[in-house]
Write a protein that binds this ligand. Structure first.
Ligand SMILES: [Zn+2]
Length: 179
């Protein structure tokens, strides 16, 4: 049987149309993975921080009273971004692709695993001193072909943010989830 037909049957007629059948189908073999990865996903939606849809899927643009929400931090202000989507694999995976493209547009890359376990770091300051602060340990940002991590700290109730070269904390190259 043609592989496209197998994929079509699994992804269209399998009773559970959630992301589970998508991930199971995708790992059957390399050729099938390619077919699954080349489905027409919607990658163009950026997460919102306000005016969140609670009964409308932003992927297929249809009403859905049982909406799921993909929530992710997208900028250094720390505010969450939300994409509303249906529970089916197409809308779910589209939401994930949209999130990844949003990150890429901001030159942010998700790591396969955190570069360190803790989000506590020592932050070097431009005056030569150091202080304790926090970092995002699950992503890096690319600036002029160099990797940086997001850090922040508090001083007199103000929040300060700074990008620190990843090499300050580890000699290892980052393992990026999606190139
Ligand atoms: Zn949908």
């Amino acid at each position: 049987m043609d592989l496209h037909v197998i994929v079509e049957i699994l992804l269209t007629y399998f009773p559970d149309q959630s992301i589970k059948i998508w991930s199971k189908t995708r790992i059957l073999n390399t050729a099938i993975k390619k077919i699954v990865d080349n489905q027409k996903y919607n990658r163009d939606v950026w997460g919102r921080s306000s005016f969140i849809h609670t009964s409308f899927c932003e992927m297929c643009e249809k009403k859905n009273p049982k909406i799921k929400m993909l929530i992710y931090p997208a900028d250094d202000k720390g505010s969450a971004r939300i994409i509303s989507h249906c529970d089916n694999w197409m809308c779910n995976v589209s939401a994930i692709h949209s999130m990844i493209d949003h990150y890429k547009n901001d030159n942010i890359y998700l790591l396969k695993k955190p570069f360190q376990k803790s989000t506590n770091v020592i932050i070097p300051r431009s005056n030569g001193s150091e202080n304790e602060g926090y970092c995002k340990n699950n992503c890096v940002v690319k600036r002029k072909n160099k990797w940086y991590i997001f850090t922040h700290w508090y001083e007199d109730e103000f929040k300060f943010t700074k990008l620190i070269p990843l090499e300050h904390y580890t000699e290892k190259s980052p393992e990026i989830m999606f190139e």
